[in-house]
Design a protein around this ligand. Sequence first.
Ligand SMILES: NC(=O)C1=CN([C@@H]2O[C@H](COP(=O)(O)OP(=O)(O)OC[C@H]3O[C@@H](n4cnc5c(N)ncnc54)[C@H](O)[C@@H]3O)[C@@H](O)[C@H]2O)C=CC1
Ligand SMILES: O=C([O-])CC(=O)C(=O)O
Length: 329
Amino acid sequence: MPRTPVTVTVTGAAGQIGYALLFRIASGQLLGPDTPVRLKLLEITPALKAAEGTAMEIDDCAFPLLTGIDISDDPNVAFDGANVALLVGARPRTKGMERGDLLEANGGIFKPQGRAINDHAADDIKVLVVGNPANTNALIARAAAPDVPAERFTAMTRLDHNRALTQLSKKTGAPLSDITRLTIWGNHSATQYPDIFHAEIAGKNAAEVVNDETWLAEEFIPTVAKRGAAVIEVRGASSAASAANAAIDHVHTWVNGTPEGDWTSMAVPSDGSYGVPEGLISSFPVTTEDGAYEIVQGLELNAFSRTRIDASVAELAEEREAVRGLGLL
Ligand SMILES: NC(=O)C1=CN([C@@H]2O[C@H](COP(=O)(O)OP(=O)(O)OC[C@H]3O[C@@H](n4cnc5c(N)ncnc54)[C@H](O)[C@@H]3O)[C@@H](O)[C@H]2O)C=CC1
Ligand SMILES: O=C([O-])CC(=O)C(=O)O
């Protein structure tokens, strides 16, 4: 018997991430090969035609799992009945900007969308915020949705996680499949902290395998943290297909679970774990099972890690104050 379709709402559907994301969702890569999908696309009015063009192409793929596509410029319509919401629509940064520079331009998008999710989404709604500054935009959306459990609002640090996996694999020569328990802590910004002290390579401690503190501090961490800017510099536009890939990974893991013995990185509302003030949407190591996630508990943090996590969390607290000042919380 065919399963009930899952409604997936994607904002910014006509943008570059949207173009790399929608076909993969419709093909079953987001939720799995047995789950039919209904797509709902949200765009601003001037971009509706471009979204329609993308929808025509999706139709032309004849994806067996896709049961329909609706397009709207009204968040109340686009989030109606949504089980999964991917909030991608926002302005990307350009050369020379930090993601935090987008707070004012993009923050205003997420309050009405949070409200629309509150009023119209399905009871089991799961939200992933991709649009930058992702953590604080998720905070804004969450604050506008008081009837939705706070933990359903998450932001994306999976791209950072994937970037860190590849850098570690290149340094050690270990295959990606041997690397587990890597963590991105904090903000999706240049202050983020990619942590290999608890990571394992084929079961051995990754920091001990690397055994090179200079590489860790001067190459690995800045390369991962500034990778978005490096891509903008070289490509002339911000990461799109890799961001779409990470969004697929984030939701797929949330819905389908982390492998035994491993975890992933997700920015989620803090419950006070690891001294991160409650409510801030900060990246943590998380495990997932049956569509729910839990922050991994009990990791010991050395002074090197503690200082970096504190710096990134302090930035999140500053961003929260800034959007409070803008009347967005
Ligand atoms: N968290 C992460 O790891 C990453 C986040 N990003 C962020 O994702 C966002 C989107 O990036 P791109 O697709 O490259 O940008 P883009 O400019 O190609 O597309 C953005 C789309 O959003 C639409 N949009 C704007 N306001 C909207 C609203 N109120 N409702 C619905 N749609 C709206 C625009 O019309 C446009 O089609 C940017 O903020 C970018 O910085 C990008 C890469 C990674
Ligand atoms: O850096 C940017 O502006 C886009 C982004 O978030 C990333 O690539 O990580």
